[in-house]
Design a protein around this ligand. Structure first.
Ligand code: XMP
Length: 520
């Protein structure tokens, strides 16, 4: 937006990005070095929109992504992030097969129509069904019954799946086909959830609706509890982030895998990403510490050629040249951040990296020209940092903020009466031994002498992701209200900055009081 306002005494002090950052080009600035000036506002925080478009077919309802780290994002975290409107990137410090299962778990999370419900056959014994429930730890006991040709034979209701009937055949206990409520795929129409909702209202006491084709082959199952959950979701301000088929969205990170000769293992990368795509992955992140490098560029090129429409994230970089390089290779979104992370020691060990606000400004200008988006990755410790980061980027990636959540991998440990979870850098020795060495340009060989670029640490346990995100989103919305920004585009256009002195930084936090309770 062009600056059309009349000049004001504010102007020399509170400057827009294109004046402020070039005027401070001799010094690297990070979040606490700057503050945002307030502006006239007609916008209430609760009315702000946080939607963000990261690629043509990658849309989030909140601009927050959980980091692809082995103490942050596996399927539980990714499900929680997507249910809140954000995105989780499943890390790659695990066997490839396991990463596929993690993605499947997210994609198959409750989505209304269960396309492949667990079925039983008329010939099975109730005892077999009980054993199946026990073995697979199913939380339900009602099953569609299909014959050998896949045709619906009836419904085995939970109230007959009891040890008392263990010796009876399913065919003796089932509700016969004629009495089972079904709907055809055609009848479900364009809005299956609304159609199923109507059905359950009209049929008192019926909780399951089976979907069949014209030949009575079973094609799915809709449960009343799923429909109610989804109907509730539709009323929420921040809707879950879902794909076109109503599955939760999910990302997965990959590395620049090399073969025994040290060359990029294109075939293996393509096979694995192909399998991830088959499982429904929505975005792939080529994740390394140095994204402005041939290995990352070549990996992005290979993936872009094989999967022209697949959203690709690549990184990390901190320069305009790095953004241009990765954009030209085919990336849609670029991770920005080298050394700001709470567990990072890259700046200490390697002496490189750029404070995050300066890095975001420089990269954001290159990104706008190349029509790619940028993700502010690392160093975020509070919602105010997110607001500042979003004045220059399209989303943030957080590790430390989520590592203490229930949904992060790992167990809670108690130390002196306080509860903690492990949080380690992907460049820490332990994480590199577990597989992430390639991310830092090293071989996965603990015998080699490598300098770790991350620490192993603890984060205080902090409850559910829902709770943490509610605090963060509340903070982002407050910031937008102060700037009169109704959406993230307006936040980027309106932001004006000023540097903060060390005394100003002290003034910004609670001071000269004995704190009884923290803000959250
Ligand atoms: P926060 O500050 O959210 O940062 O905890 C998470 C981000 O830090 C990066 N990361 C590392 N950087 N050494 C580094 O220099 C490491 O060992 C390391 N592990 C993770 C990564 O970009 C992540 O999203």
């Amino acid at each position: 937006m062009a600056a059309t306002h009349n000049s004001s005494p504010d102007d020399p002090f509170y400057q827009p990005a294109d004046e402020f950052f070039p005027a401070n080009n001799k010094i690297g600035l990070t979040f606490d070095d700057i503050t945002l000036a307030t502006l006239f506002s007609e916008i209430l925080p609760r009315d702000t929109q946080l939607d963000t478009q990261l690629a043509e077919i990658l849309h989030l309802h909140i601009p927050v992504i959980s980091a692809d780290m082995d103490t942050v994002t596996e399927s539980r975290m990714a499900i929680a992030m997507a249910l809140n409107g954000g995105l989780g990137l499943i890390h790659y410090n695990m066997p490839e097969r396991q990463q596929l299962s993690e993605v499947s778990r997210v994609k198959n999370h409750v989505h209304g129509l269960i396309q492949e419900p667990i079925k039983v056959s008329p010939e099975q014994l109730i005892g077999d069904v009980l054993a199946l429930i026990e073995q697979k730890k199913f939380g339900f006991s009602t099953f569609p019954v299909v014959d050998g040709k896949g045709k619906l034979a009836g419904l085995l209701s939970g109230h007959v799946v009891k040890p008392r009937y263990a010796g009876k055949k399913v065919s003796e206990a089932l509700t016969p086909r004629a009495q089972v409520h079904t709907i055809t795929k055609k009848e479900l129409g364009r809005d299956p959830i609304a159609r199923a909702d109507k059905f359950f209202t009209e049929h008192i006491g019926i909780h399951k609706l089976l979907v069949v084709d014209d030949d009575d082959h079973l094609h799915g199952l809709i449960t009343m509890s799923d429909v109610e959950r989804i109907t509730q979701e539709r009323k929420a301000q921040f809707k879950p982030a879902r794909d076109a088929h109503f599955h939760l969205i999910c990302g997965a990170a990959v590395s620049t895998t090399r073969n025994a000769f040290g060359e990029l293992d294109r075939e293996r990368i393509l096979t694995h990403v192909g399998a991830l795509v088959e499982r429904g992955v929505d975005v792939i992140a080529v994740s390394t510490a140095h994204g402005h490098s041939k290995g990352v560029g070549d990996t992005v090129k290979v993936l872009r050629a094989a999967f022209p429409k697949l959203p690709l994230i690549a990184g990390n970089v901190t320069s305009a040249a790095g953004v241009e390089y990765l954009a030209d290779c085919g990336a849609n979104a670029i991770k920005v951040g080298q050394g700001p992370g709470s567990i990072c020691t890259t700046r200490i060990v390697a002496g490189v990296g750029i404070p995050q606000m300066t890095a975001l400004y420089v990269t954001s200008r290159a990104a706008a020209k190349r029509k790619v988006t940028i993700l502010a990755d690392g160093g975020i410790t509070k919602s105010g940092d997110i607001v500042k980061a979003l004045t220059l980027s399209q989303a943030v990636i957080c590790g430390g903020l989520f590592a203490g959540c229930n949904e992060a991998p790992g167990d809670v440990v108690e130390i002196s009466g306080k509860l903690y979870k492990e949080y380690r850098g992907m460049g820490s020795l332990a994480a590199m031994k577990a597989g992430s060495a390639a991310r830092y340009g090293h071989e996965k060989n603990p015998a080699l002498k490598v300098a770790p670029e991350g620490v192993e640490a603890l984060k205080e346990a902090c409850g559910s992701v829902d709770r943490v995100l509610a605090q963060l989103i509340g903070g982002i919305q407050s910031g937008m209200g102060y700037l009169g920004a109704a959406n993230l585009e307006q936040l980027r256009q309106k932001a004006r900055y000023i540097r903060v002195s060390p005394a100003g930084q002290r003034e910004a936090a609670p001071h000269d009081v004995v704190e009884l309770k923290t803000g959250n």
